[in-house]
Design a protein around this ligand. Sequence first.
Ligand code: ARG
Length: 461
Amino acid sequence: MKLWSGRLSGSMDETFARLNNSLPFDRRLAQVDVLGSIAWAKALVEPGVLTPEEAAAIVNGLQSILEDFKSGKEPFVESDEDIHTAVERLLSERIGSLAGKLHTGRSRNDQVATDFRLWLMDALPHLAVLLLELQATLIARAEQDRGILLPGYTHFQQAQPILLSHWWLAHFWALQRDRERLAEALRRTRKMPLGSGALAGTAYPIDRFALAQDLGFDAPSPNSLDAVSDRDFAAEVLFWAALTGVHMSRLAEALILYTTAEFGFLSLADAFSTGSSLMPQKKNPDPLELVRSKSGLLIGRLTGLLAMLKGLPSAYDKDLQDDKPPVFEAVDLLELLLPVMSGLISTLTVYPERTRAAIGWPVMATDLADYLVGRGVPFRQAHTAVAQAVSRAEALGINLPDLPLGEWQKIHLAFGEDLFAVFDPERAVRRRSAYGGTAPQAVEEQIRLAKMTLEGPRERG
Ligand code: ARG
C-alpha cells in the first residue's frame, strides 16, 4: 500500500523503492508516531470529522499497535514506505476502513516533524542526565585530588603551576555550557508542527493549543510553512553533540598524553584499557582515542545536515527525510561516550609525586617578576630582568634557583636574598586567590559553585 498510489500507475522501480524507503531508520519513531496519531484522532472529534465512537475505535486500534511496539513486536512488511505508512497499514488491518479517516487534515509533512520532535523530547533529557553525571564525576575528582600540583601549560609549554582540581573543573565548566545549550535546544524543540498540514495549515478547526498540550509540547508552531520546513532543532542538537564531543575530545587528548611514560601523571584502570596483540607490555588508552575520533564524526553529522538544508527552497522537500539518521547516530554516540568518560575518569589513578616533580623551575618566572613588582619595579622591566636571569642560568647550565645572588643583582639591583623564597610552587598557587584562580581557597569556592550549579533547576522532560 502506498499512501499516494491513486495518482500513479504501475509499480515503483525496485531500486528507487529502496532509496525512497525510510523505514530502516524512521522505525525508531514508531511509538511517538502512534502517540501523535492518538492525539490527532481525539482532536478530530471537536470539528466533527470523527464521532466520539469512531475516535474511540481508532484510538483503541492505535493502542494495540502501541502495545506491540512497546513489547518489541514490529510487524512491518517490505512495502511499508515509512513509519507513517506502516502504522496506517497496521491500523487498517486491525479496524478496517475507518482507519482511512485518521489522516484527515493532516500530512506526513507535519506528522514527521512532530514525531521527530517528540522523539527528541524523550531522548534529550536522558542525555542531560548523562552529561550531569560526567560533570559530577569531575567535581568528585576535583575533591579527591585536592592539593595536587601539576604544571599548567600554554602552547603546551610549561607556564605556571596549577592545582589538579582546578584543571578538572576547567572541563566541568565547558560541560556546564553544553548542558545549558542542550536545555535551550530542548526548549526550541517543544514547538508542535502538527496541524500545519502539508504546508498551508489544516482546513479543520482543530484546537492546536489543546493538541500541543495533550502531546507535551509548550506551544503550537505559529506558521505552517515554517513548521514543516524547520529543522533548526535538529541542527542545534547536532551542534550541541559536536561541541560536547569536542570538549570530551580535548580532555581525552590531554589524558592520553598524561598517561604516557614521558609524563606518567596518571594511569587508566584496566577496565578502560586495552592491550596489544603483539607487544606484551602495552596498555593502551583506546576509549580516549575513540572519544577523540567519534567527536570528529559528530562534527561530520552537523556539517552534513547543514549542507543538506542549505538549498531547500520551500516548506517540505524530500531531502528532509534524511535529517533523522545523523541525529539518531549522534544521540546513540553520546549515550555511549558520556558514561565511558565518567567511568574512565572516576577510576583512573593520579601520581601526585610525578605531577609535582614535573614542575620545572622556569615556571616560577612570573612570580619572580611579581617579586620585583613588589619592590616597586614596573612590570615590563621586571619581566625583562627575569627573562635575562633565565637566559643566564641556561647559559651557565644551572637551574634557576642555583643562580647566585650576585648574578641576579648584576641584572637588577632590586633582587634581594629573599628572592629564593619565591621558588615554591605551592606559594605560587596560593597567590592566585582572586575569584576564578587556582589558589586552594578559590578552588574550594569553585567546587561549591559547581555543586550548586548541578543542583540548580533540572530541565523538565
Ligand atoms: N518519510 C518522510 C520523511 O521522513 C515522511 C514525509 C513524507 N512527505 C512527503 N511529502 N513525501 O520525511
